[in-house]
Structures are given as structure tokens and as C-alpha cells.
Design a protein around this ligand. Structure first.
Ligand SMILES: N[C@@H](CCC(=O)N[C@@H](CS)C(=O)NCC(=O)O)C(=O)O
Length: 204
């Protein structure tokens, strides 16, 4: 198989999703991580959104972490989702809700809106239907939860999660899965990544 290259920003939780998934599938992934906000110029030429991560596999260039995850799971012949159609749909719903309403709150300690509170309730209901085991949902949320723990341990999002013990326990357990641990930065590294990203975050 041609080699798989992942182009990502250092410390990016979206890229971490892919690294954890590839570690679980034991797919050799060559990771090219640039300093935050200075992604590889060649990669940016292929990214219509200017965003990373990007996966390069031969002539195929893919963006969007969920789509890259789908592709790697296909390559590894791994389902990654529950077997039943209803459960699979709930798993995907949890992933979509997370990205639409919660992922952005991880980068800045903003107040959690009433809508995001409702989404957290729904997320708790959804995740509790699944054991914590290597699955797409765990690799989807763990990199973000880990960064909330590292970046804003007193922040409003973590407080909102603390008020939902089932969700909090599920998220902690997802961070303790071997492929996540094996690809996680230390707290110090993570804090340094945030510091490096701060000028960019302040500018947007
Ligand atoms: N929906 C994308 C989001 C990726 C994303 O926002 N990546 C950040 C780095 S953590 C980025 O490239 N930011 C640069 C920008 O917004 O121009 C995914 O799931 O891959």
C-alpha cells in the first residue's frame, strides 16, 4: 500500500482524531505537523477551506476529519460503528452534534449557551447507550475532551460536563483508550500548543 501522509497542525484535536484511529488500526501514518496556523503550503494548495488535517494517499487528497476517518476505517476494514442501523445512526448523531455545537467551545472558554446545554444532555443520553471501547465516537470526542482538561480545567465547558457525571465518565474513559493515550500530548505540550495558537484565536 502506498504510504499515508497526514498533514496537520501541532496540537490540533482534529488531527489527533486521525492519529488515534490510525494507531488503533495499526496503519502506518507519516505525520507532517507544522506549527499552528502555518500548515504545509503544499497541503494548503489542496485544501479548499485552508484547513487541516489533510490526508494524502497517492493521488488522493482528503480533507475533513470525519471523512478521513471513514477512509481509514475502510482501508483497515474496520466498522468502527455499532452493528445495528439505529445504534449506528445514534453514534453518528452524537459525532455530528459534537462538531456542530461543542467543538468550537473547546478552543475558547466561552459561556455554554442554553442550546449547547441541551446538546450536552442529548450527548450524554447518546453516549451512555455505548460501551467505552475503541469506536469512531470515542476517537471523535476524546481529543477534544483531553484539550478541555489541559486548556481550561476551570472553564465553563468542563463545569457543564461535570454536571453530567455519566457523560464525564464516558469522556474520561475515552481518553484512557490505548490508541488515544499513545497519540496524546502531555499537559505541558498541550498548553504550549494553545499558547502558540493564541494570537490566531484572538484574531478570529
Ligand atoms: N471540519 C474540519 C475542521 C478542521 C479545523 O478547523 N482545523 C483547524 C486546525 S485545528 C484549522 O485548519 N484552522 C485553520 C483555519 O480555520 O483556517 C475537520 O473536521 O477536519
Amino acid at each position: 500500500m502506498e504510504s499515508l501522509h497526514l498533514i496537520a497542525d501541532e496540537g490540533c484535536p482534529y488531527g489527533h482524531r486521525i492519529r488515534a484511529l490510525a494507531a488503533h488500526l495499526e496503519l502506518g501514518l507519516q505525520v507532517v505537523e507544522g506549527p499552528i496556523g502555518q500548515a504545509h503550503p503544499e497541503a494548503l494548495a489542496h485544501s479548499p477551506t485552508g484547513r487541516v488535517p489533510l490526508l494524502v494517499h497517492g493521488s488522493l487528497v482528503l480533507g475533513e476529519s470525519v471523512v478521513i476517518g471513514d477512509y481509514l476505517a475502510d482501508l483497515g476494514d474496520w466498522r468502527g460503528f455499532p452493528a445495528g442501523p439505529g445504534e449506528r445512526a445514534r453514534h453518528r448523531e452524537a459525532m455530528a452534534l459534537f462538531d456542530l455545537y461543542l467543538a468550537g467551545l473547546v478552543f475558547r472558554p466561552r459561556p455554554v449557551s442554553p442550546r449547547a446545554e441541551e446538546v450536552l444532555d442529548r450527548l450524554q443520553e447518546l453516549v451512555l447507550a455505548f460501551d467505552v471501547s475503541p469506536c469512531r465516537l470515542a476517537f471523535h470526542v476524546a481529543p477534544f475532551f483531553l484539550r478541555v482538561l489541559h486548556w481550561y480545567p476551570e472553564g465553563p465547558l468542563l463545569q457543564a460536563i461535570a454536571g453530567r457525571p455519566g457523560l464525564r465518565a464516558w469522556l474520561h474513559a475515552s481518553c484512557a483508550l490505548d490508541p488515544v493515550l499513545a497519540t496524546s500530548p502531555s499537559t505541558e505540550e498541550s498548553v504550549a500548543h494553545l499558547r502558540a495558537a493564541q494570537p490566531l484565536l484572538n484574531a478570529t
